[in-house]
Design a protein around this ligand. Structure first.
Ligand SMILES: [Zn+2]
Length: 321
């Protein structure tokens, strides 16, 4: 079920997941969500950068490149197709989503998200902040290296502050809620903004569990690097997901427009390792299975890992005024 604003969030919600983009929580935590649903809960996923850009927005070369890569462009041959569990006929308007029309792209991606979260039996709220590639006129971020690993443009600082204020207000209303937020592995700008806003929740003692941003976490050394730079002493907590891993994989597949972008490199890596050609979807299934098993002490079960903040190691690294 879709919620329309923060005021729709009632105290019935005990588990609240913060997703920078549409796919992050499903990619990283859907095994845990599945286990909570099995126990009779109704988790909520709040996607922060889910805003629909104005039709007047002039897109940067980078944004158009991303759209093409996701499979959206002006040619019908690049139609967004849903495969896997059933097949959904998408409205013609969205099938023909032009590489120049960011609104159509986000509306199509919202449909992917709604389908995945409905499948998982989670509720969802989309906030209206624009994704990094759509911010600024002219665009603040022109290069991939700025998006991942770059610095947040000072003109974007208000997002972190506003988001932190809204989260703190919600925490006051729902003090018993458990929050799941990105650890910020991989340093995507939008993940950094959410992670910084969540510091405000941690500082007031909210029950926050930081999830391992997937698939960034599978990169060699990425997790260790992030743990080292964190402002908090972090203690790992494992959740067993043997029974629900398939839900995470199936729901992840529903973000069809993102699969190639996120798992093409993984597919290349596996293909050369096992001397057999894997496509991006097969690689996604395999890496989710392999990674969740790799973090189990005996490597015999599948786990999702969360990092629980304890003592602050340094003064406010990410100040929220
Ligand atoms: Zn993301």
């Amino acid at each position: 079920m879709q919620l329309n604003s923060f005021s729709d969030i009632t105290s019935d919600y005990q588990y609240i997941y913060l997703s920078p983009h549409f796919d992050d929580v499903v990619y990283s935590c859907a095994g845990t969500i599945g286990a909570q649903v099995y126990r009779g809960h109704r988790p909520l996923v709040i996607t922060v950068f889910a805003g629909i850009p104005s039709s007047r927005l002039k897109l940067s070369v980078l944004a158009v490149k991303f759209h093409t890569y996701m499979g959206f462009d002006q040619f019908a041959s690049k139609i967004l197709k849903y495969r896997g569990v059933g097949r959904v006929v998408i409205q013609l308007r969205e099938m023909l989503a032009s590489g120049q029309d960011a609104g159509a792209v986000i509306r199509a991606r919202r449909k992917e998200d709604a389908r995945a979260l409905t499948y998982l039996q989670a509720d969802y709220l989309w906030l209206d902040y624009l994704e990094a590639i759509y911010r600024g006129s002219p665009a603040y971020y022109h290069r991939q290296s700025q998006l991942v690993g770059g610095e947040v443009n000072p003109a974007d600082r208000w997002i972190e502050k506003q988001l932190a204020l809204d989260l703190l207000t919600l925490h006051k209303r729902l003090p018993g809620a458990v929050w799941y937020a990105p650890l910020g592995i991989g340093r995507h700008l939008d993940h950094q903004i959410v992670t910084s806003a969540v510091d405000a929740l941690i500082q007031v003692g909210a029950n926050v569990k930081l999830y391992e941003d997937f698939p960034y976490v599978v990169r060699e050394g990425a997790l260790e690097h992030r743990l080292e730079e964190s402002a908090w002493r972090l203690v790992p907590e494992l959740v067993e997901v043997c029974e629900t891993l398939h839900l995470r994989q199936t729901a992840a597949e529903m973000y069809s427009s993102q699969t190639k972008m996120n798992f093409e490199n993984v597919a290349k890596m596996y293909s050369s390792q096992i001397k057999k050609s894997l496509d991006s979807k097969e690689a996604m299934y395999k890496i989710m299975g392999d990674y969740t098993q790799s973090i189990h002490p005996e490597k015999t079960e599948h786990m999702e890992r969360y990092w629980i903040p304890g003592k602050a190691l340094r003064d406010k690294v990410n100040p929220v005024e």
